[in-house]
Ligand binder design. Sequence first.
Ligand code: AMP
Ligand code: GLY
Length: 464
Amino acid sequence: MPDNAIPAFSVSKTRGKVYSISMKVLIIGSGGREHALAWKLAQSSAVEKIYAAPGNGGTVAEEKTENLSLGGADPVSREGQAALLEFAQKENIALTVVGPEAPLAAGIADRFRAAGLAIVGPGQKAALLETSKVYSKSFMEKYGIRAAKSENFTSLASALAYAEKRAPPLVIKADGLASGKGVVIAADNGEAEETLTRFMKDGELGEAGKSVVIEEYLNGLEVSVLAAVSVGGPDGKKGVIKPFLPARDHKRRFEGGRGPNTGGMGAIAPVPDFTPALHADFLDSILAPTLKGMEAEKMDYRGFIFFGLMIKEGRCHLLEYNARLGDPETQAVLPLMDSDFAGLCRAIVDGTLSDFPIEWKAGAVCAPVLAAGGYPGPVRGGDPITVNRAGLDAAGAKLFVAGARREAGGGLRTSGGRVLAVSALGGNAGDARKKAYEALSFVNFQGMVYRKDIGVEHGEQYHE
Ligand code: AMP
Ligand code: GLY
């Protein structure tokens, strides 16, 4: 075994599930996705203790879970990563799960792996699939992955000359991470020119906008497929990508897909219009060549991947990869997973994912997001949240906290734009929607806003 291999973990298998000795887990991140991760990991009999760094008002109240501030350690900074690594070593953390992309882009997975620790998340180089649009589009082209046609540019003059000759709308994507501000759908050539100038000349997004991708606009329905990936690793086994149930995030602020883009106003899983034929097309045209490309590029990709798909004329097109789970998709998908999540995470890092069956509950989950008034613009924080726990429990719904903190007395106060997601399991999508919206009446805070059409079929088809 090479020096930096992850120590073997004793597991015994019972009817497809993995049970193991007790382990301590560290989750990195502070959103609704990380709350769902803590909730799901806490259900594993193998998990003894969970630390959420920094976590939020939801993680702190989960079973087995403690929030960890480490003096405000920022997982993106060198010092913050060093503090997290030191903590993980001192506490014998058997598994670290990274929620957001920024720490991955800053190399946290490489750092933990180099120290011999098990971490779920790709290294900095493999995370380029998300963190550089230029890289990811070149990868898609090289491996024949069906995607929008595109060109990469590093010079403003050539980008402008190209854009001028194309019929709008044009999709302009800044190369680097830009907190959701890096993709512009330019309705006409004037907007394309103005956007390219802002990104490439004015440096509005800093280095992230110095190179851009200009791509063809695809009008269709979006689907998110999250998946577990185990490629590369110490013993170089054949790689595997196992997709989860498909989900749909509703990204625009208002009903019918109108209004500004947001971090996500709610999700449904599975997606009724993602038919078995589309699923088969996804496996052939997107997943299989992605796996082939990862192996050919000798990536060490042990983590989750997010395929952002656009369905057009009965075919899947890949819009983007994310090197992580989606938010709020995770809050809809994880409640449907029947498999032991800690076991799945260990299978990813140990290279045994191909032997790990991922099982799913029947039915569907609908998870509308409750946001603070003004979102996605500036919001005020500090509003008390009232929760009728008995009502929520009776409705069979789970509240996932995104932007809320827990007060000493146990109450929640808003602390962000997206505050909560209400996840409800139903027999089918319609039933899950009905349950989620009933459950939502048991939660309230000043200025609370939400979309009334999460999970409605074709709910995002409108494009401005
Ligand atoms: P991306 O970060 O590449 O997924 O882009 C963010 C969002 O922009 C996507 O979720 C889509 O809603 C939209 N988008 C990106 N690329 C395209 C495209 N080629 N055609 C239409 N919409 C797109
Ligand atoms: N829901 C979209 C994302 O996580 O990027």
